[in-house]
Design a protein around this ligand. Sequence first.
Ligand code: FE
Ligand code: CA
Length: 526
Amino acid sequence: MRGSHHGRVVSRRRVLARTGAFAAAFAIGRHLARAADSVFTLGVASGEPSPDGFVIWTRLATNPLSADGMGGMSAPVSVMWEVATDDGMHKVVRSGSTEADGRWAHSVHVEVGGLKPNRPYWYRFTAAGEQSPVGRTRTAPAADASPDRLRFAFASCSNYQVGYFSAYRHIAEENPELVIFLGDYIYEYTYPNTAGDRVVRKHDGPTATDLVGYRNRYGLYRTDPDLQALHATAPCLMTWDDHEVENDYANEWSERMETTPQAFLRRRAAAYQAYYEHMPLRERSIPRVAAMRLYDRCRHGNLVTFSVLDGRQYRTKQPCEVPPWRRGHVAPDSCTERLDRQRTLLGADQEQWLLEGFKTSDAAWNILAQGQLVAQLRQKDRAGVPGHWTDGWDGYPAARQRILDATAASKLSNPVFIGGDIHSFWATDLKADFDDPSSATLATEFVGTSVTSDPPPYELIAQTLPENPHVKYFESRHRGYVSIDLLRDRMETRMQIISDRRDPKATVSTLKKFVVESGRPGPIPA
Ligand code: FE
Ligand code: CA
């Protein structure tokens, strides 16, 4: 089974990977068929791989949607964990025990260390006399290693109400070594009953605004079999966008101008706590008061450094709000607040941390994983007045320019931005001056479509493209994800689409391929 007689390391790794994925998927299938009072109803996950370890996660819940948000649990429960070098869990190399309690909704986060770099591991938990499904994960290459390639995928915007998570299932089947979630992993809002047949499966309750609401929303999403299969297949990196808390929030400001920062920060603290409880995050992310450190770097030898950014927690509020809303809108060019150089999307500390990292990076590729479209987009509001969308980077052009300028000033090797939020595929040239098409291309950008969420109207955006020549590709009519094979000399990008979000057995196909050549920023159709 383990394929240990295969000659080449790469092929052996692939075989191991495949058997592990299927073992994990079958284990989950078996598990879901078991008694409803199992404590492992929410699956397992791993994340934040380092050369010597990763985080493994689960949350105990006999009743994930219980009305008190406690998942049917009450007393503290002792949880044993094991990490093995084989999918049968015979060769256990690390193990230990921890306690899950109600303070963190019986979630379990174990930072495993002391492992060998760049190889797969399998893990499981035991609690209340039961074993969890087996998850597969892997360590990153050693810091000074020079790996030849990395396969990873990224996804965003999975609204449970409007479709099935087939995109997640198909990512798992591609066996990536890493999966990156770029935000809107849950949606806080619940459609009214009048939403009709666009709702294919209902949220657990009304719009989430408190800890019980957010916990149960994550509880519901984590019961999804495709989502469980993906998390059991590969480690992840993650950042959030707005819907993990509230549509278009900014820092301490709600999208509703009438909501005070004090009231909104209470809601944000509840949402952040539930996020931490349901994600494989390290100790440094444990929420403190209403704040939570999410941004960080993840290195894959000297092939690539991922900078995972938080674009919501520290930003300036959107400019030129239209009462009673502060949320995104197309602001006309007369909105000069938008251009204020003091405006920040990442906040001063995170921006400085990012730019310092540019100076010291020795990676061949530098991927900036964040929530939104980075490129400027000249568009028109509903009345036909030209302007810019205020909730994305176009609401923060000076901050965008500082970061793009810094990639050039520090001669950052192969900067590539990846993003989500806009529920459509994009490939763009990130220019030294977006208003001058002849200016240098400083970086490459790929944005992935939504896993399920509703797209923006295709025609409305397509008609703006002549005014946005740095946009090399746009498509909003499909749901899916993005897969990347990163090699030393080039990045191969596949935009993957599912056949139908309303079909739980949707198939997958490739919509479009791009290549980025090392040393030559910008996507090239392949
Ligand atoms: Fe979204
Ligand atoms: Ca969003």
